[in-house]
Design a protein around this ligand. Sequence first.
Ligand code: GLP
Length: 248
Amino acid sequence: MKVLILKTKEEACEWVANHLILAIKEFKPTPEKKFLVLGLPTGSTPVPVYEKLVKAYQNNEISFKNVVTFNMDEYLGLAPTHNQSYHYFMDENLFNHIDLPKSQIHILDGLASNPQQECVDYEEKIASFGGIDIQLGGIGENGHLAFNEPGTSFDSLTHVQQLTDNTIEVNSRFFEKKSDVPQKALTIGLQTIFNAKEVIVLALGEKKAEAVYKSVRGEVSYLCPASMIQNHSNGIFVVDEAAALKLS
Ligand code: GLP
């Protein structure tokens, strides 16, 4: 695992965006591998990264025609049209502005009639594309990745996750009131994430400093899901100086 500390939030987002832009540019489809498979996060952290991807598309630098995406998670019970659903977030911040065909976008369905089956199908779908090539993630203040809360097993696959009070509290800033935040979510598992050929975790700001410290310097423990990145041969933590505060 590598840790890349960049001075500002802007520089950290730029590094991640450029990394993805390069991967998209360099990808050449073959009959055996038709698509570059990206795992994508939501949250406020990746927003500037998505803005830069949209710009690169608008400047004719890249096309998403040979890209397939799998989002990390979705709130259970929220319709895709709900303005706090991750479907809505992705449409607003990325998908509505690029040439990625709808058929190549995958997001867990928060309204699935059988959520467990939805999770099994999602894993199969990921496998059918040969797994995730580049998994990008943000990190929760409690060290969660996607919605894998502390305590989630390292061999977890896509599953229904009960959210912790801390996550509900932190994410309530996007809702009118805390009681509007769904208690459960569908999320890819830690094994799903770390099966990716490359894992990039982007952490910005002082609020993430403790989680970054535990993930990078602490022991690899299910109490801090992101610490599992230490065992990934191609894992990289990209942080700004504020998030790296406790590393020095
Ligand atoms: C949510 C998402 C995570 C995200 C985290 C941090 O809980 N499920 O995938 O990493 O929020 O969000 P933010 O980037 O807004 O700090």
